[in-house]
Design a protein around this ligand. Sequence first.
Ligand SMILES: Nc1ncnc2c1ncn2[C@@H]1O[C@H](COP(=O)(O)OP(=O)(O)OP(=O)(O)O)[C@@H](O)[C@H]1O
Ligand SMILES: [Mg+2]
Length: 439
Amino acid sequence: MAHLVCVETTALGVQSIAYAKRLGHEVSLLRSPLYDFITPPAERARAQELADRTIHSADLQDVGELLRLLDGHGVRPGDVDAVLSTLSLCVLPAARLAERLGARGTPYAAVAAARDKGRCREILRDTGVPSLGFAVVSSLPEALEAAGALGYPVVIKPVSGVGKAVTSIVGDADGTRAHFEDAAEELRSMEPGLAGELDERYIVEELAVGELYSVEVAADGERFTPLVAVGRKTGRDNPVLELGCTVPPALPAGEEAQLGAYAVEVCRALGLDLGVFHVEVMRTERGFRLVEANPRISGGSLPDSVRMATGRNIFEILVDLFLGAPVPEGPLPWRRAASHTFLAAARDTVVPEELPADWFEEFRPRLHSGWSRAEPGARLREMKGNFDVFGMIRVVGADAGAADAECAAVRRDIEKRLGFPLTAVAGQPADAAPARDGR
Ligand SMILES: Nc1ncnc2c1ncn2[C@@H]1O[C@H](COP(=O)(O)OP(=O)(O)OP(=O)(O)O)[C@@H](O)[C@H]1O
Ligand SMILES: [Mg+2]
C-alpha cells in the first residue's frame, strides 16, 4: 500500500482519489477554502469522504506549514510515496512538498518554469524549440514598447495567470492601454485564491493565428508520450475564451503525430518528466507553436470527454505514474468521438423567470451528458473567462465531425430556448433566429 498526498483537487480530479482508494492506497487530502470557488461543494464533500484524512490549511502555498500540519497528523517524511495536485493553483506547493518529503512528484524547478510563462518561453528559445516572440513587462510603458517591437497584434497575459484572467488580444497601442485599465478593475473583483497568484508582471507575446489544440503528455521520469490530442473550441468574438473540445482532433494522422511530438519536446525542454501535462498548442502556418504548458493534468471537462472517446481514465494513468508505473503506449486509441461545449452568456443577463425549472432536461435525450446551473431568474455574468461558464453539453458520435455538428445543433437550440445570446463558438454557424431580448 502506498501513501498519496493530494494538494487540493478539481471536480473531476476526485476520480484520482477514488482510484487510489480502490487500489487500497492511503490518501491524505490537503484543502483550503481559498479554492472553494473552483470545486463545487458536492465534489469537495466526495473528495473528503474518500480520503483517509483531510487536512485544512488557510494557505496551501506555505509548504513549511503543510509539513507541520502533516506532522501533526502523524505523517512524516518517509511515510509519503507521492504528492500530486490536479489543480493549477496548487501544483507549485505540491511539487515543493514532494521534494521536502522525499516523495515522488513533478520536479519543482520544472513546475516553476512552466508556471512562469516568461521563463517557459526563455527555455524554449534557449533549447531551440519553436516558440513565439515575447517580452516580460511590469508597466504600461514597457508593454507599449514591447508590443511596438513585436508588432501588433499581440497577446497580453499575466506571467502566472490561469483561467484567462486579465488576458487580452490587442491590435494597437490603444488596446494595450485599455488592457491595463481593465486589468485594475478585474483584479479588484477577482477571487483571492486567484489574485494571490498574480504579480505586476505580464507577458506580451506574438499572436499565434490558427486552430487551437491541446495534448495531454504523460511522463514516468524517463519516457514521455503524447497520450491524447484534442481539438479546442474557442470564442468567435473573443478567441481567448475556451468553449470546449473534441476528441479526437480533426487532424490528418501525420499532423497529429507532429503535434504530439512537439508537445513532448516542450515538456522535455522544461523538465516536466513525471506526471500528465496539459500542453496547449496553436497550429499556425509556420507550424505548431506553444500557447501554454500547464504543469498539471487537464482541468475542465476534457478528461471525461477523453474517457468517453478512448475508454481510458487519465486520472487513473496519473495516479499510476506517480506511484511508479511506466507510461502507457500513446496515443490512446479512440473508439468513438466525444465533443463538449460550454454554455455561457454573451453578456450580463437574467435567465427568464417564465422558463420551467427543469428546462435543461428537455435536451438531455440528445446529450451523452451535461449540466446547467442556469435556473429561472438566475443572474449570469458575461463570459470573461473559464469561471463564468453556467453549463456544459456533451455529445458522442462516430467521428469528430458528427459529434461536433450535433453538439453545435443542441447548443443552438438551447440558445433559442433560453432566449438570450450564448457566447458564440468560432467556426460554427450563427443562430438565424434573433434572440428574444431583441438585441
Ligand atoms: N500567443 C498567443 N497566440 C494566440 N492565442 C493565444 C496566445 N496566448 C494565449 N492565447 C489564447 O488565450 C488563451 C489563454 O491563454 P493561456 O492559456 O496562456 O492562459 P491561461 O489563463 O493560463 O488559460 P487556462 O489556465 O485556462 O489554460 C489561450 O487558450 C489561447 O486561446
Ligand atoms: Mg491555457
